[in-house]
Design a protein around this ligand. Structure first.
Ligand SMILES: O=C(O)COP(=O)(O)O
Ligand SMILES: [Mg+2]
Length: 225
């Protein structure tokens, strides 16, 4: 029955829609420079992304042998730098815009569920002119909890007024969140996962090129009918 079809798709942001690591890297290094500390390289920072800003800063603190008590102050400094300049070095992954247009044209409701704070997330979506595609955006500070807690993802689904949804993300956190909600999960392999082998990440499908996503998601949604 057409009325039972899953027509909602929810995207993670960092490492899924956008390659944001270069701007996060720059803001981390501005934070470290302000403390008289040495910069960290891009690959290191890329591997630190996915669990939100607090965990990002805990990993930076560990990598630089800093005092854990500085975390909250560093988060604040980092966000000041990041929010002042969130998108200069950031790019949309190739094919994202075409895929979003295709989903919209086929009547899909779309949302974003990210562990990045909501304000810079919305600012970045706007900068790239893709904010209009999304009927719901939940960030890492929107609720009391963040991914892998299922609540943020369920909140996006509810705001889209969907009973079922397919989640698209790049990390172990996203996979665990999807599992906790019972949603089907498509893994984008070009993002920021930590596992060496993508087979180790629970997934219903995976893709490395946005050209194939519409077909993949249609298949996952059909399985849920
Ligand atoms: O900011 C983060 O740590 C992660 O953000 P994401 O959930 O969009 O991957
Ligand atoms: Mg991500």
């Amino acid at each position: 029955m057409e009325g039972c079809r899953v027509k909602a798709i929810i995207f993670d942001l960092d490492g899924t829609l956008i390659d944001s690591a270069p701007d996060i890297h720059a803001a981390v290094n501005r934070t470290l420079a302000g403390m008289g500390r040495e910069a960290l390289d891009l690959d290191t920072i890329r591997a630190f992304i996915g669990d939100g800003v607090q965990v990002l800063m805990e990993r930076v603190i560990e990598a630089r042998g800093l005092d854990a008590g500085q975390r909250d102050a560093m988060v604040e400094t980092f966000l000041g730098h990041y929010e002042a300049d969130p998108a200069t070095l950031t790019t949309l992954y190739p094919g994202v815009e075409d895929a979003l247009e295709q989903f919209r044209d086929e009547g899909w409701a779309m949302g974003v569920c990210t562990n990045k704070p909501e304000a810079p997330s919305r600012a970045i979506l706007k900068t790239f002119g893709i904010d209009g595609f999304f009927g719901a955006v939940v960030g890492g500070d929107t609720l009391e909890v963040k991914k892998p807690d299922p609540k943020p993802l369920l909140a996006v689904r509810d705001q889209l007024q969907a009973k079922q949804a397919v989640f698209v993300g790049d990390s172990e956190i996203d996979a665990a969140t999807a599992l906790a909600t019972g949603m089907r999960f498509a893994l984008f392999t070009e993002g920021y996962h930590r596992s060496e082998d993508v087979d180790d990440i629970p997934q219903d499908a995976r893709f490395s090129d946005y050209d194939v996503l519409v077909a993949i998601v249609a298949r996952l949604a059909d399985e849920l009918r």
